[in-house]
Design a protein around this ligand. Structure first.
Ligand SMILES: C[S@@+](CC[C@H](N)C(=O)[O-])C[C@H]1O[C@@H](n2cnc3c(N)ncnc32)[C@H](O)[C@@H]1O
Length: 234
């Protein structure tokens, strides 16, 4: 895979994580992701996490795998991951341009969580081709936090408020809510929107790359307004 060209969304993520209502929200977000990943971890195998962001879930995920490979396209986020995990024996940090160095069939699970909404259709095709190369028959591709057509920012906001109430950070979340429309995240979302996916269309797209897929009953992570496709390499 070539190096990822800068896009407005990639730049937005690299600029700072304005989608979170502070550190408690971010910690709770990644803790929920780690919990939901438990049944999908490749015991004794390799997990490739594509677009992991700040990856606060990694310490909880590492014991369930032999190795975790974090592939992050945003340069500043990747540098931060390198600082945090560079010395970790079971974690490797790479960029998309390094993916061709991984041997075919050398990964057991590819996780792409909360990334597809930022990719164009050609970018998704490149990613799926790479996932198909890296996974052996039976290997699993998890495409999580997918946005269904028609699910606007209101659905995400309602989920966030519910999540904040459950996680006991509602007060700090509400304090930051007023500033949200003026945030660079909200501006980027208004200007560029998010890519959306239907079960039928995405199942057909991954099938064309050699995967049999079905939607999971519940999304990975905390946002019940979004959905996850579980795809197995044929
Ligand atoms: C919402 S964060 C997801 C972080 C983590 N996976 C999670 O679920 O919390 C979005 C991720 O997508 C990545 N991303 C955005 N646009 C991208 C692009 N065009 N190509 C590759 N990655 C991209 C960002 O760098 C960031 O790591």
């Amino acid at each position: 895979m070539a190096d990822t060209r800068p896009t407005p969304w990639l730049e937005e993520w690299d600029r700072g994580q304005h989608a979170y209502f502070g550190d408690r929200h971010k910690a709770a977000h990644f803790a929920a992701l780690a919990r939901s990943l438990e049944p999908h971890l490749p015991a004794g195998g390799v997990l490739l996490d594509y677009g992991p962001g700040d990856a606060l879930h990694v310490p909880a995920v590492v014991p369930g795998c032999r190795q975790v490979v974090l592939c992050e396209a945003a340069p500043r986020i990747r540098a931060g991951l390198g600082d945090r995990f560079g010395e970790h024996p079971d974690v490797r940090v790479i960029g998309p341009a390094d993916l061709p160095d991984l041997a075919p069939g050398s990964v057991d699970v590819v996780l792409v969580q909360s990334v597809l909404q930022y990719l164009t259709a050609p970018e998704l095709d490149v990613l799926l081709a790479e996932a198909a190369r890296l996974l052996p028959p039976g290997g699993v591709l998890l495409l999580g936090d997918l946005v269904a057509p028609g699910a606007g920012p209101g659905a995400d906001l309602a989920e966030l408020v519910r999540f904040a109430a459950r996680g006991r950070f509602l007060r700090s979340a509400l304090a930051r809510l007023a500033a949200l429309p003026a945030s660079t995240y909200a501006r980027t979302r208004r200007r560029h929107g998010l890519a959306t996916h239907t079960v039928d269309a995405l199942t057909a797209t991954v099938a064309a790359h050699g995967f049999d897929a079905h939607p999971l009953g519940r999304n990975l992570g905390n946002n019940a307004a979004r959905w996850t496709l579980h795809a197995r390499r044929r």
